[in-house]
Design a protein around this ligand. Structure first.
Ligand code: 3PG
Length: 211
């Protein structure tokens, strides 16, 4: 089967922002997830960029209300490991044909990354209608996605890369943007200091963008 758009619709419409998390400390993973969920951001993308990322995912998946996905998925092995760790969705920076084909054998949906109309069309031809636009700001930002809307009206995007509280609203106002992703709600200094109240406040500020 192609991309499970119904499942992605229900996940990605739950909150306007998906925190992009680079975290290696398993002992604080639950507290971090609890803070983000309590702030109003249930969808958590944990990038597979740290040695303990899969353990972090497994801890975060135990948090009530958390819908944990893996990020930086690049091959079949990392997709299988994502399922085993308790992920409900997966995100990739790109959309190579082999990855999209392999994702069809995995029981949770993949949100693949694209940066051009040709890449978006290639993914669409393989049955993918939800796409990550990456790296969003570097590729031209909201005006590019606005330009995609007329010729590619059936495709929905989650832009990620360079997004902040300041520019998120511009993306979210576009008809083809379902949510945005960003690491600004998980700043390294607050995580290192164990300032989970501060992270909850950032999450609440981000969640309020839905209004
Ligand atoms: C990433 O994969 O690193 C995301 O795009 C996050 O980008 P950001 O740190 O600019 O929010």
């Amino acid at each position: 089967m192609a991309q499970d758009a119904a499942t992605l619709t229900s996940i990605l419409t739950a909150a306007p922002v998906v925190p992009v998390i680079i975290h290696d400390d398993v002992s604080t993973a639950r507290a971090l997830a609890e803070a983000l969920v309590a702030g109003g951001l249930p969808n958590l993308e944990v990038t597979l960029r740290t040695p303990n990322a899969l353990k972090v995912i497994a801890e975060m998946a135990k948090v009530e209300g958390a819908v944990v996905g893996s990020g930086t998925v690049r091959d079949l092995d990392t997709m299988k490991a994502s399922v085993d760790a308790g992920c409900r969705f997966m995100v990739s920076p790109g959309a190579p044909v082999k990855l999209l084909e392999d994702a069809e054998t995995i029981g949770i949906p993949l949100l693949p990354g694209i940066a051009s109309p040709t890449e978006a069309m290639a993914a669409s031809l393989m049955g993918y209608s939800y796409l990550k636009f990456f790296p969003a700001e570097a590729m031209g930002g909201a005006p590019v996605l606005k330009a995609f809307a007329s010729p590619l009206p059936d495709l929905k995007f989650c832009p990620t890369g360079g997004i902040s509280l300041a520019n998120a609203k511009t993306y979210l106002s576009l008809p083809n943007v379902v949510c945005v992703g960003g690491s600004w709600v998980v700043p390294g200094d607050k995580v290192a200091a164990g300032d989970f109240d501060g992270i909850k406040a950032l999450a609440a500020e981000a969640a309020a963008l839905a209004g």
